[in-house]
Ligand binder design. Structure first.
Ligand code: ITT
Ligand code: NA
Length: 184
């Protein structure tokens, strides 16, 4: 089966491809702009986008809305992660955390699939924001995030390693298990 992934982010596509490849599901990127509303949760943002897109697209598709939630910043950037990454970047976020001892943070991913109705799958990974960037794989905030229980940052892991533990990997796992149950 082929699945359309509506996203502007090639890093997300690479992860979904690698995840689904061994399951015989082909993921292809479709770049369709959709409104990302200001809301308090990733779920609300994802659902709004999903329903908006469902009026334009004929085929089943999914999208992914993710965020990095930093404890010492009250959960910021959270739903504003894309904007903060574009404006401040990793360096800017590290600056905000200069002198801050509590480095705890988590990534959350909401994968939203449309097949005539909405299905949401989520994943969370806890870890910490390190003091300087490490690694050049992955994308976004990967170089400054080290998942709990691991020495490497996400940017020092291959896609397959990252998928095993990441927020997106977990959401994709729930999604793939649902697909297995619900597709004949
Ligand atoms: P879409 O077109 O799919 O929306 P996007 O990059 O704008 O792509 P989001 O709206 O989900 O994605 O924004 C989340 C931000 O957090 C964005 O800047 C990403 O680079 C970053 N991000 C999301 N998942 C990440 C991950 O697994 N590792 C590092 N950074 C991540
Ligand atoms: Na986005």
């Amino acid at each position: 089966m082929r699945l359309a992934f509506i996203t502007s982010n090639p890093g997300k596509v690479e992860e979904a491809r690698k995840y689904f490849e061994p399951l015989g599901v082909e993921v292809y990127q479709l770049r369709v702009e959709y409104p990302e509303i200001q809301a308090e949760t990733l779920e609300e943002v994802a659902l709004f986008g999903l329903e908006w897109l469902s009026r334009k697209l004929k085929e089943p598709f999914f999208l992914d809305d993710s965020g990095l939630f930093v404890e010492a910043l009250g959960g910021f950037p959270g739903v504003y992660s894309a904007y903060v990454y574009k404006t401040l970047g990793n360096e800017g976020l590290l600056k905000l955390l200069e002198g801050v001892e509590n480095r705890k943070a988590y990534f959350k991913s909401v994968v939203a699939y449309w097949d005539g109705e909405a299905h949401l799958f989520t994943g969370v990974v806890h870890g910490e924001i390190i003091h300087e960037k490490r690694g050049d794989m992955g994308f976004g905030f990967d170089p400054i995030f080290r998942p709990s229980g691991f020495e490497k940052t996400f940017a020092e892991m291959t896609t397959i390693e990252k998928n095993r533990i990441s927020h997106r990997g977990q959401a994709l796992k729930a999604f793939s298990e649902w697909l297995k149950e619900n597709l004949k």
